[in-house]
Write a protein that binds this ligand. Structure first.
Ligand SMILES: [Fe+2]
Ligand SMILES: [Fe+2]
Length: 261
């Protein structure tokens, strides 16, 4: 009987209209190494339907169930809905946006997240209207993540984000852009609902691993970061998530880097 599910994760593909063929070896290797694929945003480079169609074709290299959240780049051309629709219709990707789904007995909750910074230095809702609107966007994404996590009833549970929920996986980036790489507002529902693992992207020069203040493992799976840290391997991580009837506090195993190219 299967007791765990191998979840492969990668983000920040930044697929362009000339990327045809570029991701097929990656997705083929993931197909041999995991049971489900999750994509952590910045799926496209400029958020165009054309780029989404190229990516959908690339994803045809694997038959695995596929889940995703969008990233900021996927919004650049104001066509995020169409990008989602193409990926869903042409490649079977379930795009999560404050929603949850179950695959092979594992629950997945996803939201894009947003920026605002970390800890006591995080941007507060104070002063000018645009500042309040910026913070409100982070609060809204946090509520989306919370409502998605609240729906999960499985023992094994995974949270997907594009933006970082903790500062630890952003370390290494230029200090000046830390507040634009994530928001620790996102950490609160994660600590409350304690998924087995959190995956995010967006911080291309951050750290591979961290944990929330409650000990929930957080993996930055931004493709450029994985490529730099594992130059010999295909850029993805695999985490085994235990499945069963009872919610577990420590269902996730140690992550493995991508299989050799
Ligand atoms: Fe990115
Ligand atoms: Fe991003």
């Amino acid at each position: 009987m299967t007791t765990s599910v191998r979840v492969a994760a990668v983000g920040d593909l930044h697929c362009t209209r000339t990327s045809e063929g570029a991701f097929q070896p990656l997705f083929a290797k993931i197909g041999e190494s995991a049971d489900v694929l999750v994509l952590c945003g910045d799926l496209t480079d400029y958020g165009t339907p054309e780029e989404a169609r190229v990516l959908a074709k690339e994803l045809g290299a694997t038959k695995l169930p596929k889940l995703a959240v969008l990233g900021n780049h996927d919004f650049e051309s104001a066509a995020a809905d169409e990008v989602s629709r193409i990926l869903t219709d042409a490649a079977g990707v379930s795009v999560l946006d404050g929603t949850a789904t179950e695959v092979h007995g594992v629950g997945f909750a996803g939201a894009k997240g947003f920026a605002g910074g970390f800890g006591v230095r995080a941007l507060q809702s104070w002063g000018e209207g645009p500042v309040k609107a910026f913070v409100a966007a982070a609060v809204e994404e946090t509520l989306k993540l919370e409502s998605a996590l609240a729906r999960l009833r499985t023992r094994g549970r995974v949270a997907l984000l594009h933006y970082a929920p903790i500062g630890a996986t952003v370390d290494g980036e230029p200090l000046e852009i830390y507040p634009f790489l994530g928001s620790s507002r996102l950490e609160e529902p994660i600590n409350r609902y304690r998924p087995d693992v959190v995956f995010h992207g967006h911080a291309h020069r951050g750290q591979l691993e961290g944990a929330t203040s409650a000990g929930v493992p957080v993996y930055n799976v931004a493709l450029p970061l994985l490529r730099r840290r594992f130059p010999e391997l295909q850029p993805f991580r695999v985490v085994e998530v235990a499945i069963g009837d009872e919610p577990s506090e420590h269902g996730a195993g140690a992550p493995a880097a991508g299989a050799r190219a």
